[in-house]
Design a protein around this ligand. Structure first.
Ligand SMILES: CC(C)(COP(=O)(O)OP(=O)(O)OC[C@H]1O[C@@H](n2cnc3c(N)ncnc32)[C@H](O)[C@@H]1OP(=O)(O)O)[C@@H](O)C(=O)NCCC(=O)NCCS
Length: 173
């Protein structure tokens, strides 16, 4: 088990493991993305993206853990089977801010996994000096809107089909 992995409990008491992504996760990330419903794939990238290309998968897994960080979740039974990802990518021109994205495998929706991933990612972001998450999502994506509102999203705006907002990250008091 990865030293940085942590066990978290979902709403029903089930345990999952969350750990930083590794460059060896690329093929598994592609597999997990291909298994998502078309609706979830669309909501993640807000474009029709039926598969992650090799170069996208390499980019999403070769993170530096400071400007680009991602955590994956897996069930305790299989460390290679990715069931969720939360990621931030710092804006080079505004390094206090980072773009946020969270994705959970369809069969795991609604159990608290997105919330757990966001909590772990937030702690890491604060540790490396990110001060705000910015997020963009389809305006009808109630699941992520609920998730981000619970995490303190403010300044919500809607432009056409796309909503955006930000979360101010507070260091632990
Ligand atoms: C958005 C997503 C990550 C949420 O993951 P999840 O594990 O289902 O989320 P949770 O179970 O932790 O629930 C988070 C909140 O959303 C709410 N929620 C979950 N599914 C919902 C749904 N279908 N409709 C409305 N609210 C929903 C929960 O009640 C919870 O609300 P609370 O914080 O007020 O208790 C998941 O739906 C997903 O992967 N969607 C496809 C990809 C995507 O849209 N990514 C966002 C792009 S930034």
């Amino acid at each position: 088990m990865d030293d940085a992995a942590c066990e978290v409990r979902l709403r029903n008491g089930d345990a999952v493991w969350i750990r930083p992504i590794r460059d060896t996760d690329a093929a598994e990330l592609q597999r997990a993305f291909a298994l998502m419903s078309e609706a979830s794939q669309y909501r993640r990238f807000m474009t029709g993206t039926p598969r992650l290309t090799d170069s996208q998968a390499a980019y999403f897994t070769a993170v530096d853990h400071v400007d680009h960080e991602a955590y994956v979740a897996h069930s305790p039974d299989d460390e290679t089977w990715i069931i969720g990802v939360a990621r931030f990518i710092r804006y080079p021109s505004a390094p206090d801010d980072a773009e946020l994205a969270v994705t959970v495998a369809d069969s795991w929706h609604g159990r608290g996994l997105g919330t757990a991933l966001l909590r772990v990612l937030t702690a890491r972001a604060i540790a490396v000096g990110v001060k705000r998450f910015r997020a963009e999502m389809m305006a009808d994506n109630e699941a992520v809107l609920s998730l981000l509102r619970s995490a303190g999203m403010t300044d919500e705006t809607v432009s056409g089909d796309v909503a955006s907002g930000h979360i101010v990250l507070a260091p632990p008091s």
